[in-house]
Design a protein around this ligand. Structure first.
Ligand SMILES: [Mg+2]
Length: 231
C-alpha cells in the first residue's frame, strides 16, 4: 500500500454523528415550543420540511450567497411558515437552541475514539470541516477531540468551503504537507471525496449506510474501526 504521512478527517457525519445529535435537538425543541399544538402534525413531518429548506439554504451559503446568520434563522423561519407559524420569536429561539443543544451530549460514531487513539501515534491527524467555527469548537470541546488532531481547519477560518480546492490547500499549508502524501476520510462523495480527488489527494469514503455509487474511491469503509486495518 502507498505510504501516507498525513491523515485528514471530515467531522460531521464522519466522526461526529450529526444526525443522532440533530434528532436529539429536534426532539427537545418540538416539545419546548409546543409545535404539536400549533398545527405541526408530527416531528417527522417537521423534519422533512426543515431538511428541504436547510439543504437549499446550505447550497446558497456554500456559494457565498447568504451569511451564516441568515441561514441559521431562515431555515427555521421557512419551516415554521410551512405550517402557518409566523412567530419570529420561535424561529430565533430555535436557531439559538439548535446550535447550542446539539452539542450538549457527545454523539460520536462507534469506534471513533478507539480509531483515533490507534492513529494518533502513527500519523499526524488533521481536520477539515465546513461547519461553523463556534459550533465545531463546542463539539471538539465536548468530545475532547483536540488531543488527537494536530490541526483543525474550518471553512469559516479558510474563507472557502469544501469541495473548493482552496480549503484543501489552506489545510495542507497549515499541516505543512502535500496532497500526494495525504489522505482524507469523509462521508460525502462530492464535498470530501471529489473535492480531495480534484487536488490529487487520496480518499477513504466512510459509507455506513452502504449507499450505492459509481465513484472511484481509494478506500471505502462502513465502520471507522476498519481504518485500523488500512493504516
Ligand atoms: Mg461530513
Amino acid at each position: 500500500m502507498k505510504k501516507y504521512n498525513h491523515i485528514f478527517f471530515d467531522l460531521d457525519r464522519t466522526i461526529w454523528d450529526f444526525d443522532a445529535s440533530a434528532d436529539d435537538s429536534f426532539n427537545r425543541m418540538f416539545s419546548k415550543y409546543g409545535l404539536g399544538g400549533r398545527g405541526v402534525p408530527s416531528l417527522e413531518v417537521f423534519r422533512e420540511h426543515y431538511e428541504k429548506h436547510n439543504d437549499l439554504l446550505w447550497s446558497w451559503y456554500r456559494k457565498g450567497e447568504i451569511l451564516k446568520e441568515v441561514l441559521n434563522i431562515k431555515r427555521f423561519e421557512m419551516t415554521l411558515a410551512d405550517f402557518g407559524i409566523s412567530d419570529n420569536g420561535i424561529a430565533i429561539g430555535m436557531s439559538e437552541d439548535y446550535v447550542k443543544v446539539n452539542t450538549e451530549k457527545v454523539f460520536l460514531f462507534p469506534g471513533a475514539i478507539e480509531t483515533l487513539v490507534y492513529l494518533t501515534p502513527k500519523y499526524p491527524l488533521h481536520l477539515i470541516t465546513n461547519g461553523f467555527q463556534e459550533v465545531q469548537e463546542q463539539k471538539f470541546h465536548i468530545a475532547q477531540l483536540y488531543r488527537y488532531f494536530k490541526s483543525v481547519t474550518t471553512s469559516e477560518e479558510a474563507g472557502i468551503k469544501k469541495p473548493e480546492p482552496g480549503i484543501f490547500h489552506f489545510a495542507m499549508e497549515k499541516a505543512n504537507c502535500s496532497a500526494d502524501e495525504s489522505i482524507i476520510i469523509g462521508d460525502d462523495l462530492v464535498i470530501d471525496i471529489a473535492g480531495a480527488r480534484n487536488i490529487g489527494m487520496d480518499q477513504v469514503y466512510f459509507n455506513p449506510e452502504g449507499i450505492r455509487h459509481k465513484e472511484n474511491v481509494t478506500f471505502e469503509i462502513s465502520c471507522l474501526k476498519e481504518l485500523i486495518e488500512i493504516f
